[in-house]
Design a binder for this molecule. Sequence first.
Ligand SMILES: CC(C)(COP(=O)(O)OP(=O)(O)OC[C@H]1O[C@@H](n2cnc3c(N)ncnc32)[C@H](O)[C@@H]1OP(=O)(O)O)[C@@H](O)C(=O)NCCC(=O)NCCS
Length: 200
Amino acid sequence: MRVARPDDADGMAELLMNGLGDKFRPALGGGGGARLADLVRREIGRGETYYVVDDARGLVGVAHLDLGRHGSPASVRELAASLGWARTMWALMVWSLIDAGRRRPEDAYIEEVVVAERARRRGLGIALLEACERGARAAGRGSVRLVVVWENEGAISLYRSRGYSVVASKRWWLGRLVYGSRGAHLMEKALSAPTGAGRG
Ligand SMILES: CC(C)(COP(=O)(O)OP(=O)(O)OC[C@H]1O[C@@H](n2cnc3c(N)ncnc32)[C@H](O)[C@@H]1OP(=O)(O)O)[C@@H](O)C(=O)NCCC(=O)NCCS
């Protein structure tokens, strides 16, 4: 487990498109992998927090911890630099359909967690969640939130087993047409305050 570097971006985009193509394809369109790689590279360059796991063959896990920079004017400009303004407007509209709602400054958000198929059910999903939680705690956040579609039973089991619970649940109408899911849960886990004892 390590913090991602800009030169991980191609591998990360491939993992993200393979694992969460349903989320990225509607916004990024054909050739979305290259667009996503460019975007991820820029985000890492300005300090956005991504964690990755590698094995001998390459990247096998990625998680994105959003500490509140998303949606800022700077991040929108960055999106436009990668996608162009027309595609950016489209992507923001499409992503707004699955938004976690009003963001609270005391929360951190896990935007994406993906483990390569060949490496699943070995605890990497848990390790990535724990890395995000440590990062959130170190940034002084009191809880971590994430959005998961109702149909993603595997991910929901993972989150429940790590102490996340559903705080809101929303049926999608337009989102259903775009993403093929009936709705999504907003899940949350409260974090214990840092103790300085190296817990985690
Ligand atoms: C969800 C995902 C990240 C889990 O990664 P993983 O490395 O396989 O997860 P772990 O090995 O850490 O699983 C830990 C526990 O979570 C639960 N779990 C994980 N995947 C599960 C599945 N498909 N079905 C049921 N339970 C599952 C189990 O309790 C598991 O413990 P066990 O293997 O001892 O039974 C992975 O399946 C994935 O990348 N999916 C595609 C992308 C995705 O949907 N991401 C989540 C978006 S919100």
